[in-house]
Design a protein around this ligand. Sequence first.
Ligand code: SF4
Ligand code: SF4
Length: 192
Amino acid sequence: MAIKIKKIEKGDGLTLWEKSYLPEIIRGLGITLSHFATNMKSLVDEFALGKGRDSRTIMTLYYPEEQPVIPPAYRGRPVLVSDKNGVEKCVACGLCEAACPPACIHILGGERDNGDRFPRSYVLDGSRCIFCGLCEEACPKEAIVMSDEWRNLCQYDRTKMIYEKETLLRSEAQVQKRLDFIRSNSFSRDRY
Ligand code: SF4
Ligand code: SF4
């Protein structure tokens, strides 16, 4: 049986005017100008007319005068949590070390006179951390949490990103927002 071949023209469907890119350039400039006008109106409303911060429709902050509000779900620098006596809650079980994908946690465990285990040394290599939060999930003691700290996470010198136990310790009050968040999360510590 003879095969009938039908030739299909595959044009791009664009007119000469559209091929000139001008319509899209004009459309893009129009969007930029409308954002500019919106932002200028917000500035005038807030500062010239004194309508206050709530009148602002701009989505950006005047940093550093205005600081961002960090939501509790944010995963910043992982930090160790201390108890009310200022002692780390970590019992050097090593679960966070085992759970950490880039292997940036190194723990040397020890035992106190009363038999309690503690980390003689707890080192976190911040230059390798990917902020995945698996250390926090693995910890049965709420001893390591993802804080809302986002400043100075990057350094030109990688040795400045090696954090020892002493620099990682935070009080419960300092990370209370995150503790409340992970306690309210049904996939959290209730499993352990
Ligand atoms: S957040 Fe992830 S990468 Fe960073 S220390 Fe914890 S487990 Fe490791
Ligand atoms: S999982 Fe928690 S208790 Fe265990 S070593 Fe890590 S921080 Fe310490």
